[in-house]
Write a protein that binds this ligand. Sequence first.
Ligand code: PEP
Length: 277
Amino acid sequence: MDRPRPTTLWHHGLMRPIVIAANWKMHTTPMEAGELAATIARRTRVPGVTRVICPPFVCLAAVRDAVAGEDVAVGAQNVHHELAGAYTGEVSAPMLVGLASWVIVGHSERRRDFGETDVLIGRKLRRAVEHGLRPILCIGEQLAEREAGRAVEVVAGQLRGALAEHDPAELDRAGLVVAYEPVWAIGTGRNARGVDAAEMAEAIRSVAAELGWPEAGASLPVLYGGSVTSANIDEFLTEPAIDGALVGGASLKPDEMAGIVARAGLRVEAATGTLGS
Ligand code: PEP
């Protein structure tokens, strides 16, 4: 499918969009989700920052309606790799059309709890792209892998595995975003160092370049995820290689989201030369 790159920042002169994506995981009822989304949307109106809220499936409609008229995208947290069939409890890409415009694939909690493999995640990516859903592909190493000095090797392997059957140019047009999420940092209160996350972001772009990504991987947005808060987001936003964050626990708190998006706005201003003007 050939369609314009779905980013908001090219006109600001940034090479890649700055994205703050909220992963609400299995939290909120539809009513709570609508109220929370409306509050967050109202409190995070910052020019140039792409905001995405990913609530549970059953809250997608409530969040879509709550943010109507705001420049906030709605994302699903998962998608099935088949279009329809005997898959009790699952949700397919065509079902998401009209409810969501983004989708998270390959979150480490799904890899861990539901045995999702890189091959399966690659098939989910295909479904997302076919249906115009912008994917956030999550990859990241375990603590033991980092301690063994294998973090880059593991993350590169996940990326190669998920992208194996894909045309990089098509994924680039679909606006694929990679979220580097070291598993040991998710929900633990222990975040990676900015410098390590930036090194990984560059390694991810190198692998993308090897696979034939347009612009030698330079156009691929890479987010950091793992215990991001308003207090530590600058650690990542000050790294030019990192294009924002996938935020879990803190994304359920309007004060935290307001702080995180405000800091992301400063990064945009700094990059576009509007700071202090
Ligand atoms: C996540 O769910 O992707 C995540 C990074 O969670 P947390 O921010 O809570 O670590």
